[in-house]
Design a protein around this ligand. Structure first.
Ligand code: R1P
Length: 315
């Protein structure tokens, strides 16, 4: 694959360097997940899929593209509306690749909703769903561990960025319809730059200084409910997305007139207060229920007046 433009590399066909999709292959409404197997399970909800499609395969009537860097994109329609599913793997960098490269090859406004898994710091139990209305970033402060004079704290906790309030509301409504009252929680998410140190896991092979991290998170934001590894970047980039591509890096339109509306929800896989972990059977039961609620939300939210006309995918 031969790329041009070191600033934003694309190949001769217009495929982006990492996600690998080009104009016309991605819908304006995107559901993003971490695990490619989850993307394949959820693709069963798209229009015209043969129910006999074997597990862990992409239905043959849908467009799909597996990139050399591990991104899987599936595009089809849900209730007649073009939608895509993109599996991105894990971590803040993968979310950054996803949001920026997908934004670059789609015309018009976009809606992006993440369905992930998480650890719960609240009373949300294993198998419940959390729909965070905002998120902050937890970063290991590497300077703290460097030789020399000590710096303030081993972990840096950022300010919060909000999800689109309408998407959050619609997600809570549809998740409640799908999973039942008492299984859907609102609150604040913390996105960590490690599964281990900056999520307060104890690992005596390393000096992590994270024994008090949960207390620090709850002091920072008493409504901290979930810990995972991507949502902050999605909310943050949506809030800094510009209404039209900028010709220079001027800081305009920030938090106003964004071209991406974002939301997020997550299944509790780990209960960090009680140390519980979800079973394979519960994942298989909950994933489709949550996935259907996200698709219903994805097509319920308005993109904007002209957007459907400018939808990139019109298969
Ligand atoms: C860690 O096991 C992974 O699971 C969570 C975390 O955010 C991290 O990516 O989300 P996904 O299940 O969506 O990957």
């Amino acid at each position: 694959m031969s790329m041009s433009n070191a600033n934003f590399p694309m190949d001769a066909e217009g495929r982006t360097y990492h996600v690998g999709v080009k104009r016309g292959e991605l819908a304006n409404r995107v559901l993003t997940v971490g695990d490619p197997a989850r993307a394949m399970v959820l693709s069963r909800f798209l229009d015209g899929v043969d129910p006999a499609t074997p597990a862990k395969t992409v239905p043959t009537n849908l467009f799909s593209y597996s990139s050399h860097r591990g991104f899987l994109t599936i595009t089809g329609r849900y209730k007649g509306v073009p939608v895509s599913i993109v599996a991105i793997g894990m971590g803040v960098s993968m979310m950054d690749f996803f949001v920026r490269e997908c934004r670059a090859i789609v015309d018009g406004p976009m809606v992006m909703i993440r369905l992930g898994s998480c650890g719960s710091l609240s009373d949300a139990a294993v198998g419940d769903i959390c729909v965070p209305s905002s998120s902050y970033l937890v970063q290991r402060n590497v300077d703290y561990f460097a030789p020399g004079d000590a710096v303030a704290k081993p972990y840096h906790l950022s300010r919060q960025f909000e999800a689109d309030p309408e998407i959050t509301k619609v997600l809570v409504k549809n998740m409640t319809a799908s999973l039942g009252e008492g299984h859907v929680w609102s609150g604040v998410n913390a996105t960590a730059d490690s599964f281990y140190s900056s999520q307060g896991r104890q690992d005596n092979n390393f000096v992590d200084k994270n024994e008090d991290l949960f207390d620090e998170l709850l002091a920072h934001e008493p409504n901290t409910q979930t810990l995972e590894m991507e949502t902050f970047v999605l909310y943050h980039l949506a809030k800094t997305s510009t209404a039209a591509p900028l010709k220079h890096s001027a800081l305009v339109n920030i938090h106003n007139n964004n071209s991406i509306r974002a939301g997020g929800c997550m299944m509790v896989f780990a209960q960090r207060k009680t140390n519980g972990f979800i079973t394979k059977e519960d994942v298989a039961r909950i994933e489709p229920l949550a996935g259907k609620a996200v698709f219903d939300s994805l097509v319920e939210v308005e993109l904007g007046s002209e957007s459907e006309l400018h939808s990139s995918v019109d298969s």
